[in-house]
Write a protein that binds this ligand. Sequence first.
Ligand SMILES: Cc1cc2nc3c(=O)[nH]c(=O)nc-3n(C[C@H](O)[C@H](O)[C@H](O)COP(=O)(O)O)c2cc1C
Length: 282
Amino acid sequence: MILNASGCLDALTAPNVAAALDCFVTKTVTPLPRGGNPPTRIAETPVGMLNSIGLANPGIDEFLRVNLPELAALGLRLWVSVGGFSAEEYAASCALLDAWPEVEALELNLSCPNVEEAAESAAAIVAACRAATTKPLWAKLSPANWDIAGSARAVEAAGADGLSLINTIRGLAIDARTNRPVLSLATGGLSGPALKPIALAAVFQCRRVSQLPIVGMGGVRTGRDAFELLAAGATHVAVGTTLFADPGAPGRIRAELQVELERNGFTTSAEASGIAHAPARA
Ligand SMILES: Cc1cc2nc3c(=O)[nH]c(=O)nc-3n(C[C@H](O)[C@H](O)[C@H](O)COP(=O)(O)O)c2cc1C
């Protein structure tokens, strides 16, 4: 299955791009509306993109009243990304979303580097959400956590149904003219090509300790990138930053992935998932 990475596509303004995906994931919605961080919020680097959007979103009440009915009308398979600043906040949003049959699953954004407030542990948040909804819960983990496999095990024990790997990692760009940080908040989340080896490592390490399905993401630009995430242990792949430069990426990557699967003797993504864990051939 090919999805978009949360925050990298607005299905309402680009419904044809969303239609090329197997499933659409919303931008993270928080309990209260957030205007996000002041500009400049985006910086390009030679190896990817820095963003400090700051989880700008209309808040869960407005989202349920306006955005969700509009998204549901598009007829897409739909996951909603949920954020917050305490386990109770996450759980309250999950309880509200539980009433919507159009929402297939919830992705818990347990990792946003631009949000200053301390979050409770990933497992505590998952446990609270598990008690609030019967919908599948995907725990989205941060690569900043050095023991990401430990987190994977903990969220699985707390009731997660899947892992989304990975979110951005903190970075900084300095303006060549002013010698000051480009972004208003100085640091931001790095996404794009630089993230791919980090995503591969996270997927590989989590697959070693967990059999949960994994959405792999981070710097996917080609079918080969998607194939490598599958090989490391992902069962699905999401496309993020690439969509800004190439809105046609989902269809192209799907076709390239099929060629790559066949070149390697597979017919389905499921057959290729985890093959990098096999012992090396003599
Ligand atoms: C502009 C922008 C906004 C993002 N917003 C969110 C968000 O709201 N929630 C979330 O979980 N991840 C968010 N992300 C992270 C992506 O979903 C993804 O994890 C990350 O960008 C790595 O994938 P990529 O290299 O393909 O972009 C955002 C990324 C970008 C570039």
